[in-house]
Design a protein. Structure first.
Length: 292
């Protein structure tokens, strides 16, 4: 496995180029620090996310108000070959939706073009979804680190490269118009992930993490990964049956209760809003909302 424990992808102050880095102080929440303009130091990582080695060279994450630079998603579009997503995977979410518990994982997918960066990047709501039904889903994101097929459940976590936060941004009107969810959840920029990829050597049990979603600073989701219907191990094992999971595959593992569509009154992502996904041991994925 790579030598890093807390990996970020970023633009450096020193040379204005994109690099991989290991947080010098992994105890800090790099997502909140970015939002607050705090200077962030990293050790340069040589290699890729799959084989990177931490060096002694220190760089700093660029702090400019430009969505195209600064802190980037830990996995690039080029490295991500597939985004697999689970629907209805938390007990409390199934209860708020008044739906029966699934017998097997419910799978939908997003295209790579849905991948988006943390703040200062925005969640872009296209015109087709500007109907007061754009919604959030706070989720633990899993990145597969090595290719496998027919993976036994007791070996599944050995295939995990790291964990980060994600937001399954959803266009509910488009979702409710069909039984297939991929289009309504696969719009450009509908899958921000980050801000840091945390190694399994740090998060040894992914079913021990608190997951919160905050809309304009107000907690709207407060769940725990122990309440998943299908654990990370079960997801990887089930979805690898007769199917090759390639390194770079991203798993969005489901959302706890509290999505905007089921709140009373409903909560909608509006132009200028801020949404944060905060996960224990990972930190905070922050995005502003922008209507195209």
């Amino acid at each position: 496995m790579p030598s890093w424990t807390h990996l970020v992808r970023f633009v450096a102050v020193e040379d204005n180029h994109i690099h991989l880095g290991q947080l010098v102080d992994p105890s800090r929440d790099v997502g909140k620090d970015t939002l607050n303009g705090v200077k962030i130091a990293v050790y340069l990582i040589e290699g890729s996310i799959f084989d990177g080695r931490v060096t002694e060279t220190t760089l700093h994450i660029k702090q400019v108000l430009n969505p195209s630079v600064m802190l980037l998603s830990p996995v690039s579009v080029e490295q991500c070959n597939y985004i697999r997503c689970l629907g209805l995977n938390y007990l409390d979410h199934a209860q708020e939706a008044n739906l029966p518990l699934p017998q097997v994982p419910i799978l939908f997918t997003k295209p790579r073009s849905a991948l988006a960066d943390p703040y200062p990047a925005t969640i872009n709501i296209p015109k087709c979804a500007q109907d007061n039904t754009s919604d959030y889903e706070s989720e633990l994101c899993v990145v597969i680190g090595k290719t496998g097929r027919d993976i036994p459940e007791d070996k599944a976590l050995e295939y995990v490269l790291g964990y980060t936060a994600s937001n399954d941004v959803s266009a509910r009107s488009l979702q409710m118009a069909t039984a297939q969810w991929s289009f309504s959840k696969g719009l450009d920029g509908s899958c921000p992930i980050g801000p840091v990829l945390v190694a399994p050597s740090v998060i040894r049990d992914p079913q021990t993490l608190r997951v919160q979603g905050l809309h304009n600073g107000t907690v709207v989701q407060d769940g725990h990964t122990k309440d998943m219907i299908f654990s990370i191990q079960k997801q990887i094992s089930y979805l690898s049956q007769g199917t090759t999971l390639e390194a770079g595959t991203i798993f969005l593992t489901g959302t706890p209760a509290g999505i905007g569509y089921f709140r009373n009154p409903r909560v909608v992502l509006k132009d200028g809003d801020e949404f944060s996904v905060e996960i224990e041991q990972i930190g905070t994925l922050v995005n502003k909302v922008r209507y195209e």
